[in-house]
Structure formats: structure tokens, C-alpha cells
Design a protein around this ligand. Structure first.
Ligand SMILES: C[S@@+](CC[C@H](N)C(=O)[O-])C[C@H]1O[C@@H](n2cnc3c(N)ncnc32)[C@H](O)[C@@H]1O
Length: 352
């Protein structure tokens, strides 16, 4: 929009930002489709041990995702057609007044509008922070690590390496991490998390309905050995059976911006929780790590590697489904090996 160059640059910048936003959105959509398509579409590979019902279930979710995506593409197309028009037609008379208030014609036409005013017309306000550069992260040392946090290699240090340190610090999550009385999540709380993801994500990921979620042989409860909340077997489980399908309640963040936007949109407790729950995994066997987050009680699975107590596992590194690695008795805590998820192969995709 070089014609606006002489207008002081502000409108020019906003125009550029609008285009930047648009292309960022397209790019994000393409990546999100790739992950969804590869993960949910490749059912034969990723659920070779799964049953037909599970495959149908997964394909249904893929179908629903694609329909939402199609609709989104339609909206983007519409937006691209109208983008210039919207930018030109922003109603500026209110902030500038009219000629009787001393505004020149040019000022009336090109009165600066705030990004919020302009973007309110074309995108949801939740998307605006995408255009603000992420903060510069500083290393932080937690003040009061408990014994568990010192022993536990995942906490703090790894979070900081991933670039979460500043957000962890901003939300002052250190006490939260060691708190053994954090609340159990109600369905409303999970929904709130889902809605924030939907609103802060550039992709309107479909929120699964209850009948899309399979019954699992487990329940969430507080642990008694300092691990916070955990997941326990609700009945005896035979070795090899599915204990948790990773779909449809796992969501993906493909870049640091979308992750930061999501966490920054949450109240403190949710923000601190999600920063402790998130992990990275190469879902497409392509060398690209994706940030993954469980939006259901699966977020409470603890690490059993330290005490060699793991009893559940994924059959493939690209899978999100957990199977019993041995016979499990009702009441036992379900534990897996965190290191199997690629925590050690962090390449800082999540860091700014
Ligand atoms: C994926 S979450 C598991 C749910 C967590 N216990 C909660 O209440 O939110 C990972 C966090 O759980 C805790 N955790 C997991 N396994 C642990 C272990 N073996 N010992 C101590 N803490 C553990 C750590 O605080 C870690 O950051």
C-alpha cells in the first residue's frame, strides 16, 4: 500500500499488519491440516493394533475437523476479497470529528485507528496478540524447589529451556507446581480450557462432544506420594489393552506464538497447569516436533521412570494412544516413561 507511505506510516503499518495476519493465518492453517491429516488420517499405520471401531471413531473426528477447516477456508477467501475494502472503509469520523472540528479531509479519511478497532471488523480480538512479538525470555531460578522438583528432570529447567521460563515467572507458578492440593478438573473446567484454545488458536479446532470420547478404565485422584494429581486404574486391566486414546482430546500447537497466545489467555491456575502438562512429540515421523496438550484427565498421567514403575506405554513414537504394558490391578496408578516422548530431543521449537 505504498500510496499510504506519505500518510505518516501508521495506516501503512496497519495495512501491512492486516496482510501479515492474513498470511500467517493461511500458513498456520496449512500446518494444522498437515498434522490433523497425518495423525488422524493415517489410521492404519498409527492404530495398527487398534480395532475397527477406534478407526471409525478417529476418521469421524478427522471428517469433522476437515469440515470445520473447509468452512474456515471459505471465510478466509471472503476475508481476502474484502481485506482492502475493509481497511479503506474503517469509520474514522468518530475519533477525528468532522471539518467543523478542524480535521482536514485527509485526516478524516486517514485518521489513525487502533489495531483493535480495525481488526474487530475482520478477525476476533483474541487473534491480535499474534502480531505482537513474543517477550524476550530470561532464565529464572525457582525460589523454593521442593525435593520433588529437584529430582524431577522435567520441571523448571526444561520448561525454561523451552522458552516457558518467562511465562512461568510472569504467572508466578512456582508455588503452584509444588502444591499437592490442586483441584480436580470439573467438566466445566475442561470446557473452559477447550474454549480458550478454540478462541486463541488461529484454527477453530472442533471441541469434541461427549459421545466422541471413549470410556476409559481409569479415574483421576490425588496421589499420596507428592506427585500432585494422577490417574488410577478403575478396574483390572489386561496387558496390551488400550487405556487411553490420544484423540480427540489432544490439541497441537505448531509455533511458539500460538502457544504463548493460548497460555497468556488463561487464568493463573490453568496457565500454570498447562505449562506443566505440555510436551513435544514428532507425530508425523518427520523430525518436526509439535507441542501437544491433553485437554482431558490424561493431562494427569505421571512419570514412572524414576521408580521404574511404568505400566502403560505407546506402541509407536508417533502415537498418542496408551496401552497397558503389563497386567494392572484396580487402584494402581497408571504411569508412563516421560523420556519416551522426546523430552530429551528438544530443539526449542517452542522457544521464541
Ligand atoms: C503431565 S503433569 C502430571 C499431572 C500433575 N501431577 C498434576 O497434578 O497436574 C506433569 C507434572 O506432574 C508432576 N510429576 C509427574 N511425575 C512425577 C514424579 N514421578 N515425581 C514427581 N512429580 C511428578 C511434575 O510436577 C510434572 O511437572
Amino acid at each position: 500500500k505504498s500510496t499510504y507511505d506519505n500518510e505518516g506510516g501508521a495506516l501503512f503499518n496497519q495495512t501491512t499488519l492486516a496482510h501479515h495476519y492474513f498470511f500467517h493465518e493461511i500458513d498456520f492453517l496449512a500446518k494444522q491440516s498437515m498434522i490433523l491429516g497425518n495423525y488422524h488420517g493415517d489410521v492404519n499405520k498409527s492404530t495398527s493394533s487398534g480395532n475397527a471401531e477406534e478407526k471409525i471413531h478417529r476418521l469421524r473426528f478427522l471428517e469433522k475437523s476437515l469440515l470445520v477447516e473447509l468452512d474456515y477456508i471459505r471465510q478466509l477467501k471472503e476475508m481476502s476479497r474484502n481485506l482492502d475494502e475493509i481497511i479503506h472503509n474503517v469509520d474514522t469520523t468518530e475519533s477525528c470529528g468532522d471539518e467543523t472540528m478542524g480535521c482536514s479531509n485527509d485526516e478524516m479519511r486517514y485518521q489513525r485507528v487502533t489495531p483493535d478497532e480495525m481488526f474487530a471488523n475482520i478477525i476476533s480480538p483474541a487473534s491480535w496478540p499474534a502480531l505482537v512479538p513474543p517477550p524476550i525470555f530470561k532464565n529464572t531460578t525457582p525460589q523454593n524447589k521442593s525435593m520433588y522438583q529437584i529430582d524431577h528432570k522435567y520441571d523448571f529447567d526444561l520448561a525454561i529451556k523451552r522458552g516457558f521460563g518467562r511465562m512461568y515467572d510472569d504467572f508466578n507458578c512456582y508455588d503452584h507446581a509444588t502444591d499437592q492440593n490442586k483441584p480436580m478438573y470439573t467438566p466445566e473446567m475442561w470446557r473452559k480450557l477447550w474454549e480458550t484454545f478454540r478462541d486463541s488458536s488461529l484454527f477453530p479446532f472442533p471441541i469434541p462432544t461427549d459421545d466422541e470420547c471413549q470410556e476409559e478404565p481409569s479415574y483421576a485422584a490425588h496421589t499420596t506420594d507428592g506427585k500432585g494429581r494422577g490417574i488410577f486404574a478403575s478396574r483390572n486391566i489386561t496387558k496390551g489393552s488400550l487405556v487411553h486414546p490420544g484423540h480427540p482430546n489432544t490439541v497441537f500447537f505448531l509455533d511458539s506464538t500460538s502457544w504463548h497466545r493460548f497460555v497468556s489467555s488463561l487464568p493463573k491456575m490453568f496457565a500454570c497447569d498447562t505449562m506443566e502438562w505440555v510436551w513435544q512429540q514428532d507425530l508425523t515421523d518427520s523430525g518436526n516436533l509439535v507441542l501437544c496438550l491433553n485437554m482431558d484427565k490424561a493431562a494427569f498421567y505421571n512419570d514412572g521412570a524414576i521408580e521404574s514403575r511404568c505400566n502403560i506405554e505407546m506402541k509407536q513414537a508417533t502415537s498418542l494412544d496408551f496401552y497397558a504394558a503389563k497386567d494392572i490391578t484396580a487402584g494402581q496408578e497408571l504411569l508412563y516413561d516421560y523420556s519416551k516422548l522426546g523430552f530429551d530431543t528438544i530443539n526449542n521449537t517452542a522457544a521464541a
